[in-house]
Design a protein around this ligand. Structure first.
Ligand code: PLP
Length: 221
């Protein structure tokens, strides 16, 4: 199976309102270009340096999405071009993205990452922290960020019922938050190679798929 075939297979299963973010982390530019030539324009990375390098090397009509934990001191490197940051996991980070976006006169689209998994290693807000953020009133002052929705990662398990209930919980939280965040609050980023079908059934609008497109990642190299 080629990268183009893999992409086609996935796109054929997605309803038209769901966008596919091809997660190209650890994969070389030549492989990412294969997906580009097959028509893919949304790519996701989880490391700032790798994303900047690929952005510089690749065609400029690509929309780059950041999906990994972002350190405040690295925000400035991606803010000039990033299309969507899925992984905003603290108020401080959001404030920092706003500050850097002001400097380059951009409005940066962001999703708030929510902690939905059982594992406690995952970054993100919980319901109370989202409410605190809204009730702080600070969002109105952040003119250069637009909070477009929520992102979540399910527990790493083969038990699809656990995964489904976590995705369902995220969708419910999204519905609760929607009136508080406003009309541009429209995206739910959930679903990876192993669980994107379930995620779509539970209301995902953005799936982040890596290994099912590019093959397994080899971190040993
Ligand atoms: C790596 C990664 C993905 C894609 O994972 P696959 O299982 O390879 O599809 C999705 N989301 C995030 C946040 C990731 O870091």
């Amino acid at each position: 199976m080629s990268i183009a075939d893999n992409l086609m297979d996935i796109l054929n299963t997605l309803p038209p309102h769901v966008r596919l973010v091809a997660i190209s982390k650890t994969k070389p530019v030549e492989m990412v270009m294969e997906a580009y030539r097959a028509g893919q324009r949304l790519f996701g990375e989880n490391k700032v340096q790798e994303m900047v390098a690929k952005q510089e090397a690749m065609p400029k009509d690509i929309q780059w999405h950041m999906v990994g934990h972002l350190q405040s001191n690295k925000v400035k490197y991606i803010v000039p071009f990033v299309s969507l940051i899925h992984s905003v996991d603290s108020h401080k980070l959001l404030e920092n993205i706003n500050k850097e976006a002001v400097k380059v006169n951009r409005v940066v689209d962001c999703l708030l990452q929510v902690h939905i998994a059982k594992e406690d290693t995952k970054f993100g807000f919980d319901r109370e922290e989202l409410l605190l953020l809204v009730n702080s009133g600070k969002l109105l002052g952040y003119k250069n960020v637009k909070v477009c929705g929520l992102m979540g990662m399910a527990t790493f398990t083969d038990n699809m019922e656990v995964v489904r209930s976590e995705f369902r919980g995220l969708h419910k939280l999204f519905e609760e938050m929607k009136p508080l965040f406003g009309t541009h609050f429209t995206e739910i980023s959930m679903g990876m190679s192993g669980d994107y079908v379930v995620a779509v059934e539970e209301g995902s609008t953005l799936v982040r798929v890596g290994s099912s497109i590019f093959g397994e990642r080899n971190y040993a190299k």
